[in-house]
Ligand binder design. Structure first.
Ligand SMILES: NC(=O)c1ccc[n+]([C@@H]2O[C@H](COP(=O)([O-])OP(=O)(O)OC[C@H]3O[C@@H](n4cnc5c(N)ncnc54)[C@H](OP(=O)(O)O)[C@@H]3O)[C@@H](O)[C@H]2O)c1
Length: 336
């Protein structure tokens, strides 16, 4: 099978290469082999290749990026319940390291069949975004039980795939959200997608004032941020005493700066990572999360456009495209 691999950390364009590898060995008990048809590229995939996640490289081996995708079950191991997963079924899977390969062997419990009316291009975007988005909403509720009921939750980088999923999931729960994006163009795109969502561009000199106004001049209870950097100081200034900043990414290359003025207030900063989903979430909750992801994909496909799809062999173009500013949708890697 074809796979994208790397043997050292570094710039994706320098260290990633296309290789032909043996197919996965047959599935063991409770496992399945999936022929992967599509994967969404995520900023986190490139952070992993750049060595930001403290994942050790095997001494004389390689790693394959990607942990999620959509595909067709080819073979199942002993003990896999054929009522839930069997050969020929279209499925989504997550988390299963090594998804930028034509085939993957993974645990059957991480694989979920998808309905025929959910196209690959939408299905592939749902699960990874749902996992972190729904974890964030649960953390927000844990930190401030009435977060979003009256005062909106602020989503920074609100045009991202995760934030779009978050917006829909929050609205389903009757919660209010508002968003910041880094450009006027980004604000226009997001407002077309979500006409009722208050959106502010941080390129406007008075963006903090605009946010305060959108929140009815009340301090915020919860902010969700995947950017980090110097902007954290400004975001924290919007929080109420007892407010919470949920950090779930680091798209800025600059360190987080924290204003001294925030110190006397009881503000909580908490990191949230989807890598804890399997470990910290009950099997029942995970089933509910996957079901919600599929439902959102079926009900709101127009919110999850694809900007470009590249064949696996053209991974370098896909990676370059992912890092462009002002994208208007997902970047997919396909292998049919
Ligand atoms: N903690 C976890 O487990 C977890 C899981 C999934 C995702 N994440 C994080 O969530 C974030 C979004 O992921 P995604 O897959 O949804 O991304 P995506 O769809 O590729 O979108 C990225 C968005 O971030 C914006 N952006 C990029 N750099 C920025 C910067 N320096 N300042 C402000 N905005 C910036 C882009 O804005 P423009 O439109 O202006 O280019 C774009 O809207 C990433 O940080 C990712 O690592 C974390």
């Amino acid at each position: 099978m074809k796979a994208i691999v790397f043997t050292r950390f570094g710039d994706p364009e320098k260290v990633l290469e296309l290789k032909t590898l043996p197919d996965p060995t047959p599935p063991g008990p409770g496992e399945v082999v999936v022929r992967v048809t599509r994967r969404q590229l995520h900023p986190g995939n490139l952070m992993m290749v750049r060595g930001k996640f403290n994942i050790p490289l095997p001494a004389d081996g390689f790693l394959i990026p990607g942990a999620d995708g959509v595909g067709v079950v080819e073979t199942v191991g002993e003990g896999v319940d054929s009522a839930s997963v069997k050969p020929g079924m279209r499925v989504i899977f997550n988390p299963s390291p090594g998804a930028w390969a034509e085939r993957i062997r993974t645990r059957a419990e991480l694989v979920t069949p998808i309905p025929d009316d959910l196209p690959d291009a939408i299905a592939v975007q749902m699960l990874p975004n749902a996992v972190i988005a729904l974890m964030l909403l649960r953390e927000a509720h844990r930190a401030v039980p009435d977060a979003g009921r009256d005062i909106p939750i602020l989503l920074n980088a609100a045009g991202s795939s995760v934030a779009r999923f978050l917006t829909i999931a929050a609205h389903r729960r009757g919660l209010k959200v508002m968003g910041t994006v880094r450009s006027e163009n980004g604000a226009n795109i997001l407002s077309r997608r979500f006409p009722d969502l208050p959106v502010v561009s941080t390129a406007d000199p008075d963006w903090l004032e605009q946010l305060r106004h959108a929140a009815g001049s009340r301090p915020l209870q919860v902010i969700m941020d995947p950017v980090g950097g110097a902007m954290i100081g400004d975001l924290v200034s919007l929080l109420d005493d007892g407010g919470t900043l949920l950090l779930y990414g680091a798209m800025s290359s600059n360190p987080i700066t924290f204003p001294f003025a925030a110190v006397p207030r009881e503000i909580m900063l908490k990191g949230v990572s989807s890598s804890r989903w399997v470990q910290n979430t009950s099997a029942e909750q995970r089933r509910d999360d996957v079901a919600e992801a599929i439902e959102i994909g079926r009900n709101s496909p127009e919110k999850f456009e694809v900007e470009a799809e590249y064949d696996l062999a053209r991974f370098a173009n896909a990676v370059e495209h992912l890092e462009r500013e002002n994208r208007n949708g997902a970047i997919l890697l396909a292998s049919d």
